[in-house]
Design a protein around this ligand. Structure first.
Ligand code: G
Ligand code: G
Ligand code: MN
Ligand code: NA
Length: 250
């Protein structure tokens, strides 16, 4: 209850910040995008992980204003980088199921893009298989509207949910993000699941991103398997926007 009350104040007290994790094309060693990840700098408890407070935000409905804030800040940041002449990278933002249950989600996203002047093609929205399992008329309509506008949809933590695969042909999905648990298992088992996801993505004409890449050995292995897009501590932890500039745009 305490944390819940604190979270109500966190937005207006400007205790929330966003860090960015690069998405790297390994073959060319270039940054192609970043993922925006929320952080809460609590006044007395210090940094609180999203794994702790996102569930509270989802239960209380606070994820709706918080999610809108993240989207606006992330789009503003990317537009600023583009305007400064930095590489035309993309911005990935995580969306919770509760945000999709809002009938205004599409209008909100459209409005944020207009307001920030960011072109929709640079925005990637990450959803999970939980949303796919729901498969309500509203979620399907919203996904199609977002896609029609030019926004790309990525399935986060792919392979960890309980959905069937048929949605990949029916819904406008652009990208599969291989969950870090599969990526990190690759060197221990025969990489069967990761290999299968990469092949599945290629056969369906989807992009594939490996998450949780922590070593060069893993990066080289993924590259051999024709998965070039990677995200993970081997390249960078999620960092402040200024660190992205210093490290990648100079
Ligand atoms: O960044 P890690 O940095 O600890 O993120 C932990 C979890 O929190 C991940 O599952 C991530 O998807 C989720 N998360 C981080 N930022 C956001 C956000 O802005 N919105 C939502 N819905 N989830 C987020
Ligand atoms: O949105 P998603 O559930 O994919 O959130 C990504 C999570 O993975 C965040 O908590 C982020 O900080 C974390 N992460 C990113 N790269 C690595 C990595 O290389 N190793 C591990 N263990 N976690 C990572
Ligand atoms: Mn994510
Ligand atoms: Na993930």
């Amino acid at each position: 209850i305490r944390l819940e009350n604190d979270l109500y104040k966190a937005l207006e007290n400007e205790e929330l910040t966003i860090v960015y994790q690069p998405q790297i094309e390994y073959q060319t060693k270039t940054i192609r995008g970043v993922e925006a990840l929320l952080r809460w700098n609590h006044p007395t408890k210090g940094m609180i992980s999203p794994d702790t407070f996102i569930p509270i935000a989802e239960e209380t409905g606070l994820i709706v204003p918080i999610g809108e804030w993240v989207l606006r800040e992330a789009c503003k940041q990317l537009k600023e980088w583009h305007q400064n002449g930095y590489p035309l990278i993309t911005m990935a933002v995580n969306l919770s199921v509760q945000q999709f249950e809002q009938s205004q989600l599409f209008t909100m996203v459209e409005h944020v893009l207009e307001e920030t002047g960011l072109s929709p093609e640079y925005l990637h929205l990450e959803i999970t298989e939980n949303l796919i399992v729901k498969n309500t008329e509203r979620t399907v309509t919203t996904m199609k509207q977002l896609n029609d506008l030019g926004i790309k949809l990525a399935i986060d933590d792919f392979g960890t949910g309980y959905s069937s695969l048929s949605y990949l042909k029916k819904l406008p999905i652009s990208t599969l993000k291989i969950d870090k648990s599969y990526v990190q298992d690759m060197l221990r088992d025969n990489a069967a699941i990761t290999k299968t996801i990469i092949t599945l993505a290629h056969n369906l004409g989807l992009e594939v991103i490996a998450e949780g890449v922590e070593t060069k050995e893993l990066a080289d292995y993924l590259s051999e398997l024709n998965c070039q897009m990677m995200q993970g501590y081997f390249f960078s932890k999620p960092v402040q926007s200024s660190d992205i500039m210093i490290k990648y745009f100079q």
